[in-house]
Design a protein around this ligand. Structure first.
Ligand code: ADE
Length: 240
């Protein structure tokens, strides 16, 4: 997979992509991440990329020319999703991450200042994504969040010990509680079933815990989750 990022602040990306699992994925060529400085496509001697909004108002707006030039230089004639990170986009979640990982290339455009010229939205980008209902100083952190969630799903990126199978959200439920050594810490015990060696009982306990935890914290998820008849009954009993 290849991910191109158009940004005014390429240096913001160096530390997150130079650590841990994403670094390993880049080093083993499972993903290629290419940064493009929007400033390089700016207009005139001063490489201008933003201007005051027509009609007045606060702040600066990213101009169309540099954004079109940057994105068109990356994609040429090919059809590649061009995603603008913006608080006005569709909400990012695990499902969207699973959709994006199916593409061999993505172009992420990081907005800044008061936003982008509307013609960029109408005629250049093919998708707009928000990572949540709050406003960041720019699309860079949002792009990092999207890339992290997408790249960790690429085959081979997570080792088997880091398997994504039981992750919160990948099953539609929050993940069950995890315990490691020691067996007793400050008098707090690990649930005995986890030490029983009975894999069927452990799986049953984990499934139940995942459902109860989702019920306690995120009932909105539970409504959409794929539950067995008896699991639905348990939920109904617990919530009455
Ligand atoms: N840019 C500013 N805020 C954002 C958000 N919540 N999601 C995506 N991009 C953004």
């Amino acid at each position: 997979m290849r991910i191109d990022i158009v940004t005014l602040f390429p240096n913001m990306f160096s530390s997150p992509f130079d650590e841990s699992i994403i670094k390993r994925a880049i080093d083993s060529r499972l993903v290629e991440i290419v940064l493009h400085n929007l400033r390089d496509y700016g207009l005139g001697k001063h490489r201008v990329v933003a201007d005051y909004p027509h009609g007045g108002g606060a702040g600066m707006v990213l101009m169309p020319e540099p954004l079109f030039a940057a994105v068109e230089a990356i994609k040429g004639k090919s059809e590649i999703p061009v995603i603008l990170l913006t608080p006005q986009g569709r909400l990012f979640n695990q499902k969207v991450a699973e959709e994006l990982v199916t593409y061999s290339q993505l172009i992420l455009v990081c907005g800044h200042y008061e936003g982008v010229d509307e013609r960029v939205r109408e005629h250049l980008v093919t998708d707009e994504i928000s990572i949540g209902d709050y406003v960041l100083t720019g699309g860079e952190l949002a792009a990092m969040v999207v890339i992290d969630a997408v790249v960790r799903q690429l085959p081979g990126v997570l080792g088997s010990e880091e398997s994504a199978r039981d992750d919160s959200h990948s099953t539609g439920l929050l993940e069950y509680p995890q315990y490691t050594r020691p067996q007793t810490y400050r008098g707090w015990e690990v649930p005995p079933v986890l030490l029983s060696g009975n894999h069927a009982e452990i799986a049953k306990w984990r499934r139940e815990q995942a459902i109860l935890r989702t019920l306690a914290r995120r009932t909105d998820l539970l409504e959409k989750a794929d539950l067995l008849e008896e699991e639905r009954k348990m939920v109904e009993k617990k919530s009455n």
